[in-house]
Design a protein around this ligand. Sequence first.
Ligand code: P61
Length: 430
Amino acid sequence: MAEAGYNTFLLRSEDVYIDLLTDSGTSAMSDRQWAGMMLGDEAYAGSRNFYHLEEAARNYYGYRYFVPTHQGRGAEHLLSQAVIKPGHYVPGNMYFTTTRLHQEMAGGTFVDVIIDEAHDPANLHPFKGNVDLDKLESLIKRVGANNIPYVSLAGTVNMAGGQPVSMANVRALRELCDRYGIRIYLDATRMVENVFFIQEREKGYADKSVAVILKEFCSFTDGAWMSAKKDHLVNIGGWLAVNDSDLFDTLRNMVVIYEGLHTYGGMAGRDMEALAIGIAESVNDAHVRSRVEQVRYLGDLLINWGIPIVQPVGGHAVFLDAKRIYSHLSQDQFPAQTLVAEIYLDSGVRSMERGIVSAGRDSETGDHRYPALELTRLAIPRRVYTQAHMDVVAEAVKAVYDARKQTRGLAMVYEPKYLRFFQARFEPIT
Ligand code: P61
């Protein structure tokens, strides 16, 4: 830990026992996906794998036009540069690190319009990812619809603890946006997991398949971007899809500058084939259920031991409430980063900070942003670990929790300018 500056992003993976840093690019590909890797058509232009991928995305998400990118942030970059102008406001259901940075770099200001319940780890609202339509409408009235290029809507909101958006909310959001002529673009990265919660919790959806619900949800939006490294079960890949043909022309032109030709966008042909197959596998109802329920299994172990976590348990990860666990530390002693380090030291389990370090600095004042949520994320890769691994993780968290009173915080000794959590270094406060 000392060598890695108390930052788990700076560890070598061979020094990790159970790796819950992220569920991004770390899931296990199926036999079919690996077979697909053997069918790579590596032509520079017009690879057959591209057409297969385009068809899969269109089939399951329903958008008209498709642009491949190397991963999610490549898509965020293109969309932000294409539609955000300096002075614009971009409302969204909680920030995501890369998403907000791209919006800011294009000259926009992100405005959080998620419901208040999302900022309270103990609140049991079943759809804590929902947009607060009153907050959104007052922003529209304050800055004018012309200054809002789109609403940035995310499925299973990552920074809120993997919390879903309901179908009723996206439907009402569509109505509101239609009244003001505002577009909605969806971060579909973990939308399949969001759909599972709709199927489980929302009236009228219990008998509908994940695939059917997914398409209905997307129909209320104007386009989506995707980090395919999550739901889609591949190690690398992403895409962007929209319904507007003029915007598509712009994006397809931009992709050749930043990513690669419009029929590969930074992916190899074999990657596109594995991705096309992964899209179809991702909407399998039994797969989604077992994935989300494995996460819940870990969460329930911790809840039963009285360890404070974000509830309800989210789709891709269990989030420990570091603010409550280390209530004797102030937020600028980095409680969640401290918890990450302690868990690794106890057991070799790797997790990730999602609190003040991740939130970064206010681009105007230069001060730390102090988010209400100070969380440590245990993200579960798909189709990789067993329940026995979850038991080991739970015991590690319990050991660290039991020693919480003796734990001191950290000081940041190196801070990069952008997305500081990836490369920052810390030292223990003595
Ligand atoms: C993750 F610590 N997520 O959760 P890319 N949207 C959403 C994501 O979750 C996401 C991207 C867009 C990661 C990797 C990661 O602060 C961090 O394919 C909802 O990673 O470019 C990525 O997609 C970006 C970890 C990203 C972070 C940013 O582990």
